[in-house]
Design a protein around this ligand. Structure first.
Ligand code: FES
Length: 147
């Protein structure tokens, strides 16, 4: 990855582009990537970390190729989001905040209101938002992605 980061430094001098590259390679921003980018760009690791935390697109946790988010805000919670989350955890054999062994799925933890309270409970499976979600719909979507 060092050669790629050096190339990005020479062509764009953009820490953001370097971070995007690092995340595309590893799936998330590793401590090693922060150290490497800091070294190549002549910045402190704190400066690189500050840039990465400013942008919502960067994550410091390993995630699955398909990220599942169950909104646990008040409206969704009272409409059954807790039961849906439990079923997803059982289906995938992981808890919220974890990644399946094959790296295919991860479940976000502590997801709060996503601004669609009128459609509660709301679940995101990959790019698909499921409104007024039921356990059956969510499980079907997960199975569809498994194919
Ligand atoms: S509480 Fe879930 S969308 Fe608002």
């Amino acid at each position: 990855m060092k050669k790629d980061i050096e190339k990005i430094f020479k062509s764009t001098n953009s820490v953001v582009v370097a971070l995007q590259h690092a995340q595309s390679v590893d799936g998330y921003i590793t401590k090693e990537a922060v150290a490497l980018i800091a070294d190549v760009f002549g910045k402190s690791q704190c400066e690189v970390y500050s840039t990465a935390t400013f942008y919502h697109q960067f994550t410091f946790e390993k995630k699955g190729r398909n990220v599942i988010s169950v909104c646990m805000g008040t409206a969704c919670f009272v409409c059954g989001a807790g039961d849906i989350l439990k079923k997803i955890e059982d289906e995938l054999g992981i808890k919220a905040g974890e990644v399946t062994k094959d790296g295919k799925y991860s479940i976000e933890h502590n997801v709060r209101c996503v601004g669609k309270c009128d459609a509660a409970p709301v679940v995101m499976v990959g790019d698909k938002m499921i409104e007024k979600a039921t356990v059956a719909e969510v499980v079907n979507e997960i199975k569809r992605l498994s194919k």
